[in-house]
Design a protein around this ligand. Structure first.
Ligand code: 3PG
Ligand code: MN
Ligand code: MN
Length: 521
């Protein structure tokens, strides 16, 4: 795809014929790894995906989906949906949020720009609140960046700091939150030693508190609001380490779903509600799971839940999360400028697009695909369909999710011949993989394969073309491994389940149906 210059005109593809419907299928969290019992894709019945490999090996290739190949800082960074869909949608890679924040912190530029100057105005008389995900997963945030920001802000006048942390267990191994909290507590104690009143003020598990996405369940954001802003939560503790440890004692408790709690002083009073005049920074760099909170913090007019109190704050995001909505208005680091994406080229060439997924991944094939931009480029030429996801459950309970419904919608769109490109995200491998439930993930992979079949059958009927690929790995490896690739076991001899994405490559299949195969590139 030509990406330079001002012309939007696309040249004809040298090999692929014009006027054929193209299905673009992104299997979320579907990597390629050696077959063993922890490879749920291998264990599951996946005849459609298997046949892509065996019947047209010359159209099947491995593609790297992690590290610098997709714009992440290092080769140790696993891929994720944002980078994956940004890269697929733009056809190019960009230095991503993680890297841009690293650079801004290393150079000190973060402290010179507008966003920091704006929040700094609150430092003399008010509190600085930092809200975000506490882990070294590097997908939404990184603990080392939070540590640097704490240091930097305190050196630049912040006298009272409150940190509101969300526990992870999804981009990192479950149970690691205690260690991250201990590290953070140590840093805060050091700041206190220097006369800065710095404390953790609230916490809770990321999937139950604050970090919902694409408006699947506003209750999640409300729980966070109550704890962070109002200082109200069902549990109260003296410090965050104690809180996490205690709440993890409940049967089936895990870091992702810990209930909200606030830290209280000796009189039982919450130490850090957000008040008029305070500064707030949401320190996640990734957008999808921060935009709902950003709206609640920023919008005067807001009806998603009762905020009870709407403090007049100075709010900045680590990045601007939505380029179209300019949300938030103030931010510490400029986001990557992802322009001239494939979606924009398509509408400028009169090409009609249909995009679909269920709520939890809907923004992946729209917002991320279009360069972190909400809305349509041209409503006349595009139709985006969101199938409501289940909410209030963990996805191992319904591992088939809405795969077949997505398959049906895509099938109907293809057969209607109203669209030139039909693109979908099928979430199962990823969403169920994140639960760490191996049996459920096997069921999930089978359902995803069935959805692919529905789409390819429809493509066959119209003599179209398909591209089947993935954004990063997840379901193909459900255990932590040592350097030799052997599963790691904990002190009780149990294998260590991996809930996160992987560093594995993904496959890419491009094929034209019902006609002589043609080589692409
Ligand atoms: O947000 C999440 O669910 C995980 O942190 C990353 O998963 P995703 O990149 O596949 O969305
Ligand atoms: Mn993904
Ligand atoms: Mn994921």
């Amino acid at each position: 795809m030509a990406t330079t210059g001002t012309s939007w005109k696309l040249a004809d593809h040298p090999k692929l014929p014009k006027g054929k419907t193209i299905a673009v299928v992104v299997l979320d969290g579907w990597g390629e790894a050696s077959p063993d019992k922890y490879n749920c894709i291998h264990v599951a019945e996946t005849p459609t995906m298997d046949s892509l490999k065996t019947t047209a090996p010359d159209r099947w290739r491995l593609v790297r989906a992690h590290g610098t190949a997709v714009g992440l800082p290092t080769e140790d960074d696993m891929g994720n949906s944002e980078v994956g869909h940004n890269a697929l949608g733009a056809g190019r890679i960009f230095a991503q949020g993680a890297k841009l924040v690293d650079l801004a912190l290393a150079s000190g530029k973060i402290y010179e720009d507008e966003g920091f100057s704006y929040i700094k105005e609150s430092f003399a008389n008010n509190t600085l609140h930092l809200i975000g995900l506490m882990s070294d997963g590097g997908v939404h945030s990184r603990l080392d960046q939070l540590q640097l920001l704490l240091k930097g802000a305190s050196e630049r006048g912040a006298k009272r700091i409150r940190v509101h942390v969300l526990t992870d267990g999804r981009d990192v191994v479950d149970g690691t939150s205690v260690g991250f909290a201990e590290t953070l507590e140590k840093d805060l104690a050091e700041l206190r030693g220097k006369g800065i009143d710095a404390q953790v003020a609230s916490s809770g598990g990321r999937m139950y508190v604050t970090m919902d996405r694409y408006e699947n369940d506003w209750e999640v954001v409300k729980r966070g609001w109550d704890a962070q802003v109002l200082g109200e939560a069902p549990h109260k503790f003296k410090n965050v380490v104690e809180g996490i440890k205690k709440l993890r004692e409940a049967p089936n408790a895990n870091d992702q779903y810990l209930p909200p709690f606030v830290i209280v002083d000796d009189n039982g009073k919450p130490v850090g509600p957000i008040m008029d005049g305070d500064a707030v920074v949401t320190f996640n760099f990734r957008a999808d799971r921060m935009t709902m909170l950003a709206q609640a913090l920023e919008y005067e007019k807001f009806d998603k839940f009762d905020r009870v109190r709407f403090p007049k704050i100075r709010y900045a995001g680590m990045l601007q999360y939505d380029g179209e909505l300019k949300l938030p208005n103030h931010y510490l680091v400029s986001p990557p400028l992802i322009e001239r994406t494939s979606g924009e080229y398509l509408v400028n060439n009169g090409i009609r697009t249909f995009a679909c997924s269920e709520t939890v991944k809907f923004g992946h094939v729209t917002f991320f695909w279009n360069g972190n931009r909400s809305g349509y480029f041209n409503k006349e030429l595009e139709e985006y369909v969101e199938i409501p996801s289940d909410s209030g459950i963990t996805f191992n309970v319904q591992p088939k999710m809405k795969a077949l419904e997505i398959g049906e919608k895509a099938r109907d769109a293809i057969l209607s011949r109203k669209f030139d490109q039909v693109r979908v995200n099928i979430p199962n491998g990823d969403m169920v993989g994140h639960t760490g439930d191996i049996e459920a993930t096997v069921v999930a992979c089978k359902a995803a394969d069935q959805a692919v079949k529905m789409i390819l059958d429809a493509i066959e009927q119209v003599g179209g073309i398909y591209v089947v690929t993935a954004d990063h790995g997840n379901a193909e490896d459900m255990v932590k491994r040592n350097k030799k690739g052997e599963p790691l076991v904990d002190k009780d001899g149990k294998v260590q389940i991996q809930t996160s994405h992987t560093l594995q490559p993904v496959s890419n299949n491009i094929k034209r149906r019902k006609s002589r195969l043609c080589r692409v590139r």
